[in-house]
Design a protein around this ligand. Structure first.
Ligand code: GLN
Length: 295
């Protein structure tokens, strides 16, 4: 069944929330969206200035004309595969509402594993310091600041948009613990010397030739600089592993998110760069998603 946007705009004069959700689910499904019902609910909740639960409280109520206009525009953009997170300006990560805007990578659920591994490691630290290299939206550093009141946190990124987004998210959290954020191409602007207990990163790791096969949400709407890791996806990881040793205290840890099928190559990189123990952590699909190297 081909559905047209006209339907939502004209034929009917009253559209109830339940009908709109059903209609949009079919429409976005036709357009190739992977989770059309969830998308419909998130977009409609945004248009009605409520949350998903709130929609069910007004399930049988009609949308006003203004709400319908706002929603129709959101659905039109989603149908062209603009990510929901960019349309509503936020994405939930670690139970926090992380603000995202065009130019930063939308936080992924699997990156919560990176947070978990860092937290596990920090149990042993009463104080100490950590550095996130490439903070992007700021999701990871916000989660860590929320969980680790005694750790001194730093984060860098090369992208001005990412730095602004991170600073804004830290401010929005209104958390007593915050982080120092500064512009740097990996470690270039970081003071030399063994200063961190933990260095962590979710670097760009997708092989360049895989980028054209990604879903349009990623390929068209997300920053290539946060995704593209060069020919094997390992360009940034290589630089990161090679240099981080100079910035870690004795027994310091480097914890990084990696791509599918990269664990062997990255474990080798850890070993050739003087990390003695390497541990790996699976994601929910049983793929190795995070590696930890110990000096
Ligand atoms: N996991 C992200 C994706 O699949 C990639 C993020 C990254 O390169 N660090 O889109």
């Amino acid at each position: 069944m081909m559905l047209s946007m006209k339907k939502l705009s004209s034929e009917k004069t009253t559209w109830k929330v339940r009908e709109v959700i059903k209609w949009t689910t079919d429409y976005l499904g036709e357009k190739g969206c992977q989770s059309p019902r969830l998308d419909a609910e998130l977009l409609l909740a945004h248009a009605l200035k409520t949350d998903r639960l709130g929609l069910y409280l007004v399930f049988d109520q009609p949308l006003s004309q203004r709400e319908r206009l706002i929603y129709r525009e959101l659905v039109r953009r989603r149908a062209s595969r603009e990510p929901v997170a960019l349309l509503v300006g936020k994405k939930e990560f670690w139970s926090l509402d992380i603000m995202v805007r065009s130019g930063v990578l939308v936080p992924r659920p699997e990156t919560e594993i990176l947070v978990e591994v860092v937290l596990e490691e920090c149990k042993r630290l009463t104080d100490g310091s950590l550095l996130e290299v490439g903070c992007g939206s700021g999701a990871v550093i916000c989660a860590l600041c929320r969980e680790l009141p005694n750790v001194t946190a730093y984060a860098t990124d090369i992208s001005a948009e990412a730095l602004q987004n991170t600073v804004a998210n830290l401010a929005l959290m209104n958390n007593p613990q915050s982080a120092s954020i500064f512009a740097s191409d990996l470690f270039e602007s970081v003071r030399n010397g063994p200063i961190f207990d933990i260095i962590l990163s979710n670097p760009p790791y997708i092989p360049s030739n895989s980028i054209p096969q990604l879903e349009p949400e990623i390929r068209v709407f997300e920053p290539k600089s946060a995704l593209d890791g060069g020919p094997e996806g390992l360009d940034i990881i290589r630089r990161l592993v090679k240099t981080s040793r100079n910035f870690l205290k004795p027994e310091g840890k480097l914890i990084i998110e990696i791509g599918d099928e990269q664990s062997e190559a990255v474990s080798d990189l850890f070993q050739t760069n003087g990390f003695s123990v390497v541990k790996d952590y699976n994601d929910l699909n049983q793929k190795i998603r995070v590696l930890k190297g110990i000096i």
